[in-house]
Design a protein around this ligand. Structure first.
Ligand SMILES: *Cc1c(COP(=O)(O)O)cnc(C)c1O
Length: 428
């Protein structure tokens, strides 16, 4: 096999070495084809031809970097990978079919039976299932700890701990974990720190600058930004991404389709301005919600009332992000208090108030997705967290009165009017 220097590499784009994130987001990728297209081309092809058998052999032996088969290499997908790696500030990136398959790829590629993971208990629900149940079956054990309690992470470490996994801010409570502190503990025990950067994106938060080793993305959310496709990615050092993770992707095939790669690639071009505009809208909405008599509590890292406000502002480029959660006060006057038998009357009154507010919106889309230009509204207790018991939900701080809003690009006055309709007619 050729050594790294003599290996024939694919060309890189000629960009200023100190280009900023906004520039990289529209310019990083691959050089254009012989037709000099200005917008990046979409290569819908499953395989690539070779000029002769010897070249094919060199490419299969990985002596020459070239496009071979779309399960592991495709120019459109590579443009997305190079662009996202540039934004995250990592050496490399590997794209996957969804955010969940990015986590699947990372765990399959890095861990083996007998290894141990320390993970926040507030990560995305499917991540808890994947780590706790699916990988448990294969002998990878996970300890779930408090998102904000640094000592709990330290106490969970075992001699076989190989990976820390965090997601910040968390969903739906927007709890922020201290990335630098977790990196220090992980590195002290020879483990890697992976951070799911879905909520902030590199436009607001760059976990590698705080010591994280691997970055996970659900490209389905803000990277696409318009709710069109599923996509995912793992960003990190070349030795890991193009080492064990590439080997796993080749074998297991959780590949991103070139069409979806093209959609997220173009989505990255507007990422910074979308994140800034949606975060600004979210801050205004959070401030407005805090002043509403029917609102009990607002969860938003951009508010001084948020318990980790200072940490969030330091880690997140001074921005709170675009997800705001809040709790309503219990509905007093509403008559038919009905719902799941497992809920007591107080919980039912809270649930009824939350449903009332959601059902009185006309603009907001009632859906549990996030990261869209359209504002999305959801009731976590009965949807994303519906499979937990009420006890588990309350332990996690998710009450029946909680509503999550993933703020989009509509005018803020139209959004407050949309929520005021339900809040103002709620008899608290
Ligand atoms: C949505 C989401 C995922 C999973 O991504 P998919 O693209 O839906 O597979 C993982 N982590 C976070 C934080 C998410 O919001």
């Amino acid at each position: 096999m050729a050594d790294a220097e003599s290996k024939k590499k694919l060309p890189r784009k000629d960009l200023p070495p100190d280009a900023r994130i906004e520039t990289l987001a529209v310019r990083e990728g691959l050089p254009p084809t012989q037709w000099n297209e200005n917008s990046e081309a979409l290569f819908l092809t499953s395989s690539f031809n070779h000029p002769d058998a010897a070249t094919a052999a060199a490419r299969f032996a990985n002596e020459e970097e070239a496009f071979v088969y779309t399960r592991f290499t495709n120019p459109t997908t590579m443009m997305f990978e190079r662009r996202l790696a540039a934004l995250e500030g990592t050496e490399a990136c590997i794209a996957t079919a969804s955010g969940m398959s990015a986590i699947l790829l990372m765990i399959m590629g890095l861990l083996k039976a007998g290894d141990h993971v320390v993970c926040s208990q507030s990560v995305f629900g499917s991540t808890i299932t994947l780590l706790g149940n699916q990988f448990g079956k294969f002998g990878v054990e996970t300890t779930f700890v408090s998102q904000t309690d640094v000592q709990a992470w330290r106490d969970a470490v075992r001699p076989n701990t190989k990976l820390f996994f965090a997601e910040t801010p968390s969903n739906p409570l927007t709890e922020v974990c201290d990335i630098a502190a977790l990196a220090e503990i992980a590195h002290g025990c020879g483990a890697l720190l992976a951070v799911d950067n879905c909520f902030c994106t590199p436009a607001l938060q760059k976990p590698v600058d705080m010591g994280a080793d691997l970055i996970i993305h659900s490209g389905t959310k803000y990277l696409d930004g318009q709710g069109r496709v599923l996509a995912g990615a793992v960003c990190g050092p070349d030795a890991i991404i193009n080492g064990p993770l590439m080997t796993t992707l080749r074998g297991a095939g959780m590949t991103l389709s070139p069409f979806n790669a093209w959609v997220v690639l173009k989505g990255l071009e507007t990422l910074s301005i979308r994140m800034a505009a949606q975060s600004a809208n979210a801050l205004k909405l959070a401030q407005w919600l805090e002043a509403q008599p029917a609102v009990d509590k607002v969860y938003y890292p951009g508010l001084p009332s948020h318990p980790q406000h200072a940490l969030a502002m330091k880690q997140q480029n001074g921005c709170g992000g675009a997800v705001v959660s809040f709790t309503t006060r219990p509905a007093k006057g509403l008559v038919t208090v009905s719902g799941p038998a497992a809920l007591n009357e107080d919980a039912l009154r809270l649930r009824q108030a939350a449903f009332h507010v959601i059902d009185h919106t006309r603009l907001c889309s009632i859906t549990s997705n996030l990261g869209d230009t359209k504002t999305l509204i959801t009731h976590p207790s009965s949807t994303s967290h519906g499979r937990l018991s009420e006890e588990q939900r309350l332990a996690a701080g998710i009450t029946q009165g909680m509503i999550r809003v993933a703020v989009g690009l509509e005018h803020i006055d139209d959004l407050t009017a949309d929520l005021a309709r339900g809040l103002d007619s709620l008899n608290v």
